[in-house]
Design a binder for this molecule. Sequence first.
Ligand SMILES: *Cc1c(COP(=O)(O)O)cnc(C)c1O
Length: 453
Amino acid sequence: MNEQANLLESSTKNLWLPFTQMKDYESDPLIIESGEGIILKDISGKEYLDGYSSLWLNVHGHRKKELNEAIIEQLDLIAHSTLLGAANVPAIRLAEKLIEITPENLQRVFYSDSGATSVEIAIKMAYQYWQNKGKQKKKKFVTLTNNYHGDTIGAISIGNVDLFHRVYGSLMFPTIKAPFPLQYRSPYSGEAEVKERALTELRAIFQEHHEEIAAITLEPLIQGAGGMNIMPGGYLKGVEELCREFNILLIVDEVATGFGRTGKMFAIEHEGVQPDIMTVAKGITGGYLPLAATLATEEIYKEFYGEYQEMKTFFHGHSYTGNQLGCAVALANLKIYEKEKLVEQAAKKAEVIKSELAALKRLKHAGDIRQLGLMCGIELVQDKKTGKPFPWETRMGYHSTLEMRKRGMLTRPLGDVIVFMPPLASSDDQIRKMVQIMRDAIEAVTEKEKTVV
Ligand SMILES: *Cc1c(COP(=O)(O)O)cnc(C)c1O
């Protein structure tokens, strides 16, 4: 057996892939061997445009010289030492930088290693903050429909994506659910009305339960995994004001939206919002290494500060918290943002994407097309006029992305919403090429008489 055949066989025999029906994978396995810029190459030598930034992480493309060098340089010093009771140099420097680029009120950085862990930390931090403060009743979390915060038990508890969470219901802690604003969207209601109705509903929830609510959690401006849903302008600002009025902590999850994705460094900047706790991961290392951070205000931090005997310590940590290689590459990553004025560039790229996506609207089965910066969702529907979805078991989204793969581009759908989230460094030409592939593939799959399930 040659090496390639051996890898294919071994991958189906030994691996269990995340969010993957292994029966699907087996029928057409994909094994990536290398990457260069925004191109990925599999073991047979076939090349693919990275249309989903290797699942929303990659920023500058693969094998970026400065990032590779930062890791090698740090390796010559040390790869990892624990952050439990001991700091390290790149962790300190990166914390300074994160505090500098996030809203003024965020003054403390707590590291971890994935988006989900940064969210678990936010939950426990908010919860214990009120305990330490003597407000023992404030224990509940408010969350919006279709929120997504990761896959660990705490993160799915404050999440709300039915497709993911149906199975694990009895493992989750209960939360108070508020409607995501777009739920009300109809041809008769404008954006301002949608916003007002949602805020009125949230106010009613806060009014009734504020004495037992610790925090509200949300993804600012755009929900990612919940289907690329965009908030009406001013809604997030309105939530911030309600939080202040009712003494409720505001936790924003910038894991997907952070680091330039939406055309600003952080999505909250679009509305000048100052959260009490903020989580970041994904783009923080340019898509290189698992690193995440939870940022908090000094007000929260000081409720944990005191004599050990007071039992105010934040009892949380992970083995690889503050990993030096991760922090070093994150620092190098942020340096490139400055040098290349990447956030401004991303805003310009977003304009290119916008005009390219307009052509997709003409497709017979393209429904809503949603975009904020470099985060896009293309909804596939059976009937464009009524918005009637395809029967779920036809898996139009899935089959369309398989077709894209054949045509040289990788992405993954969210149900029948095709995700388009290219690396910030994609060239205009590459963007055009990817949109063309998406258009051809969607057309080929959805306009066939019958689709094989
Ligand atoms: C991806 C994501 C997470 C989870 O991050 P992981 O690193 O996959 O654990 C959390 N929140 C949001 C908004 C995300 O998009």
